[in-house]
Design a protein around this ligand. Structure first.
Ligand code: ASP
Length: 596
């Protein structure tokens, strides 16, 4: 039977009681983690969000009725206990914050009972994730998830405090809006009042934050929910959270400066980790050449080496063919992996194929220095030795080569490098390696659309020295765009924006956007730009990813209270779901029956 808590007031969370309180009366409330009967004594571990506290029920202290009630306690019952804090009668539990004390209960109320939960409320359970997400309310009670959610709250609070001190204003932007130019598919919301018309949920506050700069707010920040209806990928969420910001009268270095200090502050306050400033910077081109990625993980080396020159006249058609088609040959050295069994090498080849490679050439240097290789028979001994030397190959190393168009070579070796590092145990979650990647290309060629598309977004400013190439050589234009990368994950990105109408027009032209289309899409921003626009720049972090890395997790689902799964559904609420015919009618929407 559930009792009320009338007349009781909680005095402490479980782990707020300490040996300093010995002899005092306390009232604690929480969930029963565990009950143990030792004949005349009953022990209960009480849990709340702070941790565990041992309660001792002794018939001589609580009386017959109270003792009998304690006997009925089961896991996850919610109880209130009044009692006296005391030094533990039994052994001290070193692993608990409250391990040297216990509460000697004087009264007990059962505030609510619980059915047996579908899985135990403790860390490191092997329960399948879909069960945990269906019963997320229980899953969220587990200490490891709870500490993630608490850390997330801390990060948000500290970010607000830090940016407020730096002169940022927190301003909300609309959720019901028009499509924003981030390039993914929009989530649409039908309008009842305007039949046939739709709002879009924002992919980011981009246009609004730029307008706020036009309005003179100078420094804006928001912890903003964003929505992107992208294709299903393992660790994507249809809605995610950004720490979004925009600043006026600034250039690249100013944005980087305030953000470095923000990151250093967060890591110090939350994890007691010192981030060495300034954070290393690398141009996009250098990142691609050395690591095959625009978000290189710098916790380990295994850099790419360009061996095109060495093999351009060799007898191996895979290499020479790629070079003749304008491509390159590059390799990486997986140190100490030379004895990798053939099966595992084949798995790496399959992995590479997943990134567009036609194959993967390898040289396994045996312990005695002899070479085992997939392509030696096409090569002279001197050529093989030159390849080994170029990759600094030692006895016991495994050298892997990709030959193709640059784009594919980068993506194959970039991914392989991380995969190997993972297999080799080089990815230490306790190490935090930050990197700014700068000077991104302004445009990216889209084979699908057969035109240049903006790599960041159409409002990104080209680098001053590249502006005159907008028409003559768009592929060579670099942007004032930057990403902040942590351990191989892009945790944020942004750019300096175009604030001059003439450059913006040339940008739209390079993207193949007519004035008409540009006006239809972003007319309200372009209008705002007619009345005095300050130079401005900004950046947005993915809060979920940032907290995931800080919490040393592998999935952003572990740092989101109510995440969705891969097919964008919510296992807890069953969203998305069908709605009443009446609701559809009000929205003038008819559902097409799916054809058999
Ligand atoms: N709106 C951009 C994004 O979501 C970030 C920025 O440019 O500030 O990636």
């Amino acid at each position: 039977m559930a009792e009320s808590m009338v007349g009781l007031k909680r005095t402490h969370r479980c782990t707020e009681v300490s040996s300093a309180n010995v002899g005092e009366n306390v009232t604690v409330m929480g969930w029963v983690q565990r009950r143990r009967n030792l004949g005349a004594l009953i022990f209960v571990d009480l849990r709340d969000r702070s941790g565990l506290l041992q309660i001792l029920f002794d018939e001589n202290e609580i009386g017959r009725e109270g003792f009998d009630k304690a006997y009925t306690l089961r896991n996850e019952f919610v109880i209130a206990v009044e009692g006296v804090a005391a030094k533990r009668s039994g052994a001290v539990n070193e692993s608990l914050k409250t391990g040297d004390i216990e509460i000697i209960a004087k009264s007990l109320r059962i505030l609510s009972e619980s059915e047996t939960p579908p899985f135990p409320i403790e860390d490191n359970i092997s329960t399948k994730e879909d069960i945990r997400l269906k019963y997320r309310c229980l899953d969220l009670r587990r200490p490891d998830i709870q500490s993630n959610i608490i850390m997330r709250s801390q990060v948000a609070t500290l970010t607000r405090a830090f940016l407020a001190k730096e002169g940022f204003l927190e301003i909300e932007t609309p959720m019901l809006t028009k499509s924003t130019p981030e390039g993914a598919r929009d989530y649409l919301v039908p309008s009842r009042v305007h039949p046939g018309k739709f709002y879009a949920l924002p992919q980011s506050p981009q246009l609004f934050k730029q307008m706020l700069m036009c309005s003179g707010y100078d420094r804006y920040m928001q912890i903003a929910r964003c929505f992107r209806d992208e294709d299903l990928r393992a660790d994507r969420q249809p809605e995610f959270t950004q720490i979004d910001m925009e600043l006026s009268f600034v250039d690249v270095d100013d944005v980087i400066d305030v953000n470095e200090r923000l990151l250093a502050y967060l890591f110090k306050e939350v994890l007691d980790v010192d981030v060495k400033l300034p954070i290393q910077r690398m141009t996009w081109q250098e990142a691609m050449d050395r690591f095959g990625s625009d978000k290189p993980d710098l916790r380990f080396g295994m850099e790419l080496k360009n061996v095109t020159e060495l093999v351009k006249n060799c007898g191996f058609g895979v290499f020479t063919g790629a070079i003749e088609n304008g491509g390159t040959v590059r390799g990486i050295n997986a140190k100490g992996q030379g004895m990798m069994p053939r099966k595992k090498i084949d798995a790496l080849v399959d992995f590479a194929k997943g990134y567009g490679a036609k194959g993967l050439a390898y040289i396994a240097i045996q312990e005695d220095g002899t070479l085992k290789s997939s392509f030696a028979k096409f090569m002279s001994e001197a050529e093989m030795n030159a390849l080994v030397a170029a990759l600094d190959g030692q006895a016991g190393d495994l050298l892997l080569f990709a030959a193709d168009r640059n784009k594919i070579v980068y993506s194959v070796l970039g991914a392989l490098r991380v995969e190997l590092a993972d297999q080799m145990g080089l990815l230490d979650k306790n190490e935090f390696r930050f990197l700014w990647v700068t000077e991104f290309p302004q445009f990216e060629w889209s084979d699908e659309e057969e035109r240049f598309v903006a790599m960041h977004h159409p409002f990104t400013m080209p680098m001053d020295e590249d502006i005159d190439k907008l028409e003559s050589d768009p592929g060579a234009v670099r942007a004032k765009a930057y990403d902040i990368v942590l351990n191989g994950t892009e945790i944020g990105g942004g750019s300096v924006r175009i604030h001059q109408a003439d450059i913006q027009e040339r940008m739209f032209a390079a993207l193949g956007l007519t004035e008409e289309v540009a006006n239809e899409k972003f007319g309200f921003l372009l209008d705002a730009f007619k009345y005095g626009v300050p130079p401005h720049a900004g950046l947005a972090y993915g809060l979920d990813r940032l907290v995931m890395i800080m919490a040393k997790r592998d999935s952003i689902r572990d740092v989101i209270a109510f995440p969705k799964v891969k097919d964008a559904s919510c296992l807890l609420t069953n969203a998305p779901d069908v709605v009443d015919a009446k609701q559809l009618h009000e929205l003038s929407i008819e559902i097409e029956e799916e054809q058999e």
